[in-house]
Design a protein around this ligand. Structure first.
Ligand code: NAD
Ligand code: TYD
Length: 344
């Protein structure tokens, strides 16, 4: 058995990865370490919580007493655990520093002493490059993060690298583009807009709606990580991009079309401060190892819309019954939506 530690495995990408890993690696024993913040949900692991090859541990990556023994027993560590939402980082950055930076440090310190460790995958993000007006970011490009989330991820990204350069911890760093797919928390744009549209609520589109993101299906992300665990070179960075660049306004229109809803639901609202205009990744390095994305964006988006249509049991309790989510929604959107009414 190969002992694999997945931190943040009750979140969106982590839970999809844990499910994929158990399906594709009969010789893996996976431990999920997750603090179960607002974004971490045991429901995301439904069907695999009782799998004999899977163990769930509730705990904080920044808590050495919990995290270090789990790292020590592992051959492979994937660090997905993070605070991940840019808008929340703008409202209050503290947890981004304690989890994304300090938590990664705790894991890396434990990794220095881990006797069987072959791979430490630091899950970084394309947002560390900052906004790219034209062309595509390469792994060697300068990092220019522009919001507290991306700055904390850039800190963790370079800290992980330093543990390779200094201590020869077998680190690799992956920088993926925006993910979409099932189990994404409904604060991020795709699930927020799908679920609002289902309920006939306004879709708060920031600024002029012309910002561009490159969308990657969460399963293709998992396939890339799986390949990199095997084939990557320690100390290297790998971009993982879906190659599906689309402007937010066009993405919004597609979601509405798929749901048969009117574009009058689109509500332009005041922009996110420091809103990065565009992300775009050069994925030559990953593709040279044999990876290409399998998901077609039109199909993947349609499947994702259908998943949210069918899984009101998953997202309605979050959006409608969770007081903390309601409070976040009011703080983030209350004034924006009110102002957009005034200007309409
Ligand atoms: P998510 O917010 O859905 O999940 C994060 C998970 O981490 C949750 O389960 C949460 O409970 C857990 N967590 C948070 N703090 C923790 C702590 N201190 N200790 C243990 N667990 C903790 O995020 P996601 O979208 O699945 O992102 C996963 C990773 O991928 C993150 O590192 C993120 O920066 C990176 N990433 C995300 C995207 C994207 O589009 N979502 C793109 C590129 C990279
Ligand atoms: P998001 O899903 O928050 O991901 P990220 O900021 O990490 O790229 O946002 C994706 C894009 O959608 C980004 O350009 C901001 C925009 N957006 C809106 O226009 N309205 C919203 O309510 C949200 C959450 C995002």
């Amino acid at each position: 058995m190969v002992n694999v530690l997945v931190t943040g495995g009750a979140g969106f990408i982590g839970s999809n990865f844990v499910r994929y890993a158990l399906e594709t690696h009969p010789d893996w024993h996976v431990t999920t370490l997750d603090k179960l913040t607002y974004a971490g949900r045991l429901e995301n692991l439904a069907g695999i919580l009782d799998d004999p090859r899977h163990r769930f541990v509730r705990g904080d990556i920044a808590d050495r007493d919990v995290a270090a023994p789990l790292v020590t027993e592992s051959e492979i560590v994937l660090n997905f655990a993070a605070e991940t939402h840019v808008d929340r980082s703008i409202l209050d950055a503290g947890a981004f520093i304690t989890t994304d930076v300090y938590g990664t440090f705790v894991l890396l310190e434990a990794a220095r002493q881990a006797p069987h460790l072959k791979r430490f995958v630091q899950i970084s993000t394309d947002e560390v490059y900052g906004s790219v007006a034209e062309g595509a970011s390469r792994e060697t490009d300068e990092l220019r993060p522009r919001n507290p989330y991306s700055a904390s991820k850039a800190g963790a990204d370079r800290l992980a690298y330093s543990y390779w350069a200094t201590y020869r911890v077998p680190v690799i760093i992956t920088r993926a583009s925006n993910n979409y797919g099932p189990y994404q928390f409904p604060e991020k744009v795709i699930p927020l807009f799908i679920t609002n549209a289902i309920d006939g609520l306004p879709l708060p589109l920031y600024g002029d709606g012309l910002n561009v993101r490159d969308w990657l299906h969460v399963r293709d992300h998992g396939r890339a990580l799986d390949l990199l665990i095997d084939r990557a070179e320690s100390g290297e960075v790998y971009n993982i991009g879906g190659g599906n660049e689309i402007r937010n306004i066009d993405l919004t229109r597609r979601i509405l079309q798929l749901l048969g809803r009117s574009e009058t639901l689109i509500r332009p609202v005041p922009d996110r401060p420091g809103h990065d205009r565009r992300y775009c990744l050069d994925t030559t390095r990953l593709r040279s190892l044999g990876w290409t994305p399998a998901a077609d964006f039109a199909d993947g988006l349609a499947e994702t819309v259908a998943w949210y249509e069918n899984r009101g049991d998953w997202w309605r309790p979050i959006k409608q019954q969770d007081a903390a989510f309601r409070e976040y929604y009011d703080v983030q959107y209350g004034r924006r939506l009110a102002e957009s009414h005034k200007s309409a």
